[in-house]
Design a protein around this ligand. Structure first.
Ligand SMILES: [Zn+2]
Length: 237
């Protein structure tokens, strides 16, 4: 699914119908050809893709031409211990892989810079989206108020049941329904971004829940170890 952020950016996330995009989780047997097809249709050379060995950290990596292709064809070559990428270089496709976790796309139309973020609850608790904004501010002099943000598919408060200790981590974003507790991960990220200076009006959300719409998206909660991963990719033109 293409994400409309700007004519100067290619941004998209895949669906289940595009295949499993992970090189290490779920059935990986067709991941390379499926990546080639999905990315190729977007005008992206799959062999240039930059991917991460994601660890639910708050680590942000600045990506340049020297990193092209890291994580494109093998998981071992992906950038280690990283959950967000930033760049101001055109032609570098940055990707995160998710199954329930939130992907966040960021674009600075003034400094012409981008980011993509993998934000599950652990990364969200650590403030990974805020770290990406800080990274763009430090590296590109981005003004948070200029940034355009977009949220991809993830598990949402309809389905993300959590234990009571989550109230400690996310005091006002755990919702009680029928004596069960649910976490609203996009709402936490939305609040974190607006508190960093991103304008509410510049944040869009696809709104899809990976569990409710498991026929269209992979969900770790629903499928456990069998779950594939969808890819969220962004590239400056
Ligand atoms: Zn749901």
């Amino acid at each position: 699914m293409k994400v409309k952020i700007s004519a100067k950016v290619i941004a998209a996330y895949s669906t289940r119908q595009d295949g499993n995009m992970s090189l290490c989780y779920g059935d990986t047997s067709k991941a390379r050809p499926d990546r080639k097809k999905f990315l190729g249709d977007l005008g992206i050379d799959h062999s240039k893709l930059v991917g991460a060995q994601q660890t639910h950290s708050k680590n942000v990596a600045y990506i340049t031409e020297a990193d092209l292709g890291k994580g494109a064809l093998t998981y071992d070559s992906a950038i280690p211990d990283t959950d967000a990428f930033i760049t101001d270089k055109p032609g570098i496709p940055l990707a995160v892989l998710t199954a329930d976790c939130l992907s966040v796309f960021l674009y600075d139309p003034v400094k012409n810079a981008i980011a993509v973020v993998h934000a599950g609850w652990r990364g969200t608790q650590k403030g990974i989206a805020v770290a990406a904004v800080e990274g763009m501010r430090n590296k590109f002099n981005s003004e948070p108020s200029d940034l355009i943000a977009y949220f991809g598919p993830c598990i949402r408060s309809c389905c993300f049941e959590v234990e009571a200790d989550f109230k400690k981590y996310f005091p006002d974003k755990v919702i009680e329904r029928n004596k069960r507790l649910f976490l609203d991960i996009p709402a936490v990220n939305n609040e974190q971004l607006t508190q960093s200076g991103v304008k509410q009006g510049n944040i869009s959300d696809c709104g899809f829940c990976t569990v409710c719409q498991n026929d269209r998206f992979f969900s770790f909660r629903k499928e456990q170890d069998k779950a594939g991963r969808l890819i969220s990719v962004i590239m400056l033109l």
